[in-house]
Design a binder for this molecule. Structure first.
Ligand code: PDD
Length: 281
């Protein structure tokens, strides 16, 4: 992998990460009063940047954080300056700096941090992922890409201790919502099922593209929660996301999913996504 320069962009200023300073009274640090997004970088170009920024801006508006003006330019400037080829940008926007008080002051200048990360992506449908499931102990607004990720972090610790690749969060009726950092699809009765974007999941950019691609390919889809009680009927399952791409889930809670191999629809969608990403980059 070509070397990337360890730079970041803080409030519009590109500088070495080691020199960037964030105020201890920043509300992102004190309250998790911040949103983030993750944009994949392919051969130096930003993949689906508009969709990621639209999601970020929409979230910021909903929680009344001032929307920064120059996000797209800052991202492009940083990719060029850091010489990042393959990896992703992490973007975080917090409400900004103010004397500590739960009630947010209005109209303060947000803190905008963008950091490049070098990352090697797995080839489409090349892994055989294993997961555990557990009750969803996150909050009610998973559609907001909040930096307050303690629920997800706790799930990821359990996942690590179980020696698997992902944790799946499940509602109290056994509805599989999503992974700790990925969305989840199953093929059930020759229909693709994925949890509806009803606030209990992050409406993934990859998920949205896959729903479009499935329609183009002619794979029927239903935005309905996959149910753990029906897992014996699942014909295949996969996880998806900006960093994951599309990867098959072959084992859940120590038992194989379907016959424990990569499913045909998973492969087809993984390849269609790869092709679409190549065209869009
Ligand atoms: N997370 N669900 C959750 C809970 C996620 O954190 C993510 C991605 C996704 C997939 O969304 P998208 O296709 O837009 O990447 C679904 C990023 C990659 C992260 O937190 O690093």
């Amino acid at each position: 992998m070509a070397m990337m320069k360890p730079l970041c962009c803080l409030n519009g200023l590109v500088q070495p990460v080691a020199e960037a300073r964030i105020d201890p009274l920043d509300r992102g640090f004190l309250f998790g009063d911040a949103l983030y997004d993750v944009v994949r970088v392919v051969e130096g170009s930003l993949l689906h940047l508009d969709a990621h920024l639209a999601r970020l801006r929409g979230g910021l508006e909903r929680i009344d954080i001032v929307v920064p003006a120059a996000l797209a330019d800052d991202c492009r400037q940083l990719v060029a300056a850091s010489e990042l080829e393959t990896g992703y940008l992490y973007l975080q926007v917090s409400r900004g700096v103010a004397p500590r008080s739960h009630q947010p002051p209005s109209g303060i200048a947000p803190t905008v941090l963008i950091v490049p990360m070098a990352h090697l992506f797995d080839a489409p449908a090349s892994r055989a992922l294993r997961a555990i499931s557990q009750p969803d102990r996150r909050w009610m607004h998973c559609d907001l890409k909040t930096t307050s990720l303690l629920g997800a972090v706790m799930g990821k610790i359990d996942m690590r201790d179980a020696g698997v690749d992902e944790v799946l969060f499940v509602g109290d009726q056994g509805q599989v919502r999503e992974g700790g950092s990925s969305n989840f699809f199953v093929r059930h009765g020759d229909v693709l099922e994925t949890h509806p974007a009803d606030g209990r999941i992050l409406e993934g950019i990859t998920r949205g593209i896959l729903l479009e691609l499935a329609e183009q390919i002619g794979l029927p889809c239903r935005e309905t929660p996959p149910l753990l009680s029906e897992r014996e009927e699942w014909q295949e399952a996969f996880l998806c996301g900006t960093l994951t791409g599309v990867q098959p889930l072959v084992e859940l809670d120590g038992e194989p999913v379907a016959d424990g191999v990569v499913g045909a629809w998973t492969k087809q969608l993984a390849e269609a996504l790869e092709k679409r990403n190549r065209n869009d980059s």
